[in-house]
Design a protein around this ligand. Structure first.
Ligand code: NDP
Length: 493
């Protein structure tokens, strides 16, 4: 595929100086807006039924549901409403991914017209949508009767919540503070950008080193590459996407390499330095640990996991139990070891870190606390997607997980793999294969997992989650009428 000319401008991303802090963290005192200030030295505690700390997807969902059930709710947020998903995650990422898709289609099919998708233009449209969502979230919270306080929340030793000069005593507190990128733990790691920074870039660098092999590293490598950036992807493992099926991960690695991304496996980063505006990332490879190698690029980005945002809340003093990754430990009712304090979403390390999971947990908890007991959402079949190109969609067990669940007996698991070139790719003259892998229980032919690599994969796995929940078997797939022409038909008939 023809690659667009990379930008020769100096990228704005560059040298983030650590520690990076949000705008609202810039002063020692938390920024408190819309909170009436008191003159007396010892403010009286405000009363609330529920204080929700964190206005990300989970916190907003819980606050709105609780307020609509009659609870007096205060929602505290130190940054923009909407949290990671709206401001620094799913929404801007998916929009950039669309733009990157357009860039790729245009350069493949319409290169003779000179059509191209421009990052600067894309970021303007992304920011407009993020601003629209911020406003819409606020409006819906106001309509539900939720009071919004802007500032950073901490607990005092009586368990009251402090925000600036204000104190609030609540029957219950919900912690929905999410997570943030883990810093690269090597000398010079503080120089490297994170995915949060990327959404503030006004231009893209001509070249970048992306460190990590999970969701974010793969998505960002793919997006940037389609915007014409020369990408080196340094992966510590010998495969991409450790949480996904190995056949799909291998097919994706081939696809990314075919698209011009240089993927370096078993690459352990040891040091990052910067001189004359260029980054040097040093690494060693497991098969030759004595030989230090170096990649140079205009920018460097690490996506090596995320850590729960709980360290500044003062939870330890209250006796709230944290796990070894610093996440809040909860029971099935999302109660922490301190009964009045609950937690949902990414601030628990031992959770599936996806927006719909946090939303479902928040709504379920609000229903349980202030309304009738709602149906518990099924968390066994959580569909998930990686918005790279080609996209990955998955739901249910990988082959390795299915074998593990069968007590290590591989003969109890059956798989089917289909490789084909989609009509869309044939039209574009791109030989990129799509790969569909189905995992079955070999004894009763029940479908256990669906793992797809294709542009349509995320949309398809959403409905396959329902099929898995309903216990679909191979015979159902064979006897269901396929829709032609589509890529989904490869699952049926
Ligand atoms: P992931 O957990 O997906 O992947 C982290 C990767 O970084 C792993 O491959 C890990 O390797 C590697 N790693 C860890 N430490 C180092 C290190 N010191 N040097 C090099 N590599 C290292 O994390 P992400 O940051 O990509 O994403 C965080 C979470 O956000 C995801 O798990 C997901 O839940 C959510 N998310 C979901 C998206 C979606 O739904 N599309 C998009 C983006 C994020 P190892 O296995 O060796 O530890």
């Amino acid at each position: 595929m023809a690659r667009r000319q990379a930008s020769t401008e100096t990228p704005t991303p560059a040298p983030a100086t650590k520690p990076r802090r949000r705008a609202s963290e810039a002063s020692a005192e938390p920024v408190v807006e819309r909170v009436p200030r008191r003159r007396d030295a010892k403010p009286k505690a405000r009363q609330a039924d529920l204080v929700v700390i964190g206005a990300g997807s989970g916190g907003v969902a819980a606050a709105r549901r609780a307020a609509s059930l009659g609870a007096r709710v205060i929602l505290v947020e130190r940054d923009a409403i909407g949290g990671t998903c709206v401001n620094r995650g799913c929404v801007p990422k998916k929009m950039l991914s669309y733009g990157a898709g357009w860039a790729s289609i245009l350069s493949t099919c319409l290169s003779h017209t000179g059509g191209k998708e421009d990052w600067r233009d894309a970021i303007v449209r992304v920011n407009a949508e993020v601003a629209r969502l911020n406003a819409s979230y606020k409006q819906r919270l106001n309509e539900a009767g939720v009071e919004i306080w802007h500032g950073a929340a901490t607990f005092n030793d009586q368990g009251d919540v402090l925000v600036g000069n204000e104190v609030v005593r609540a029957g219950k507190v919900l912690i929905a503070t999410g997570a943030s990128p883990i810093d690269l733990p090597v000398p010079g790691g503080e120089l490297v950008s994170s995915s949060d920074d990327l959404f503030t870039w006004q231009t893209v660098p001509a070249s970048i080193v992306v460190i990590g092999g999970g969701y974010i590293a793969v998505e960002m490598a793919s997006i940037l590459s389609r915007y014409g950036v020369k990408v080196d992807l340094l992966v510590r493992e010998d495969r991409l996407l450790p949480k996904f099926d190995h056949d799909i991960a291998a097919a994706l690695a081939e696809a990314l390499v075919a698209k011009g991304i240089r993927v370096h496996f078993r690459a352990e980063v040891s040091m990052v330095s910067q001189s004359n505006g260029a980054f040097e990332v040093c690494y060693t490879q497991a098969d030759n640990p004595g030989r230090q190698q170096t990649v140079r690029a205009q920018a460097a980005l690490a996506a090596i996991g995320r850590k729960p945002n709980v360290s500044e809340l003062g939870l330890e003093a209250l006796g709230v139990k944290l796990d070894r990754k610093g996440g809040i430990v909860v029971d099935r009712q999302f109660r922490s070891s301190v009964r009045a304090i609950h937690a949902i979403g990414d601030c628990m390390a031992d959770n599936v870190h996806l927006t719909p999971v946090a939303v479902a947990q928040g709504r379920w908890l609000a229903d349980r606390l202030y309304g009738k007991r709602g149906d518990r959402v099924d968390f066994d079949f959580v569909p998930t997607a990686v918005f790279c190109e080609p996209a990955i969609g998955a739901v249910g067990l990988t082959e390795a997980q299915a074998i593990e669940e069968a007590g290590g007996k591989a003969d109890r698991v059956r798989t089917e793999i289909r490789r084909f070139v989609s009509l869309e790719n044939r039209f574009g003259g791109v030989p990129q294969p799509s790969v569909f892998k189905l995992v079955f229980n070999a004894r009763n032919d029940r479908l256990l997992g669906v793992h797809l690599m294709d542009g349509a994969a995320p949309e398809i796995v959403q409905t396959m989650a329902l099929a898995l929940r309903l216990g679909v078997k191979a015979s159902h797939l064979k006897t269901t009428m396929p829709l032609h022409p589509s890529v989904a038909e490869e699952l049926f008939g």
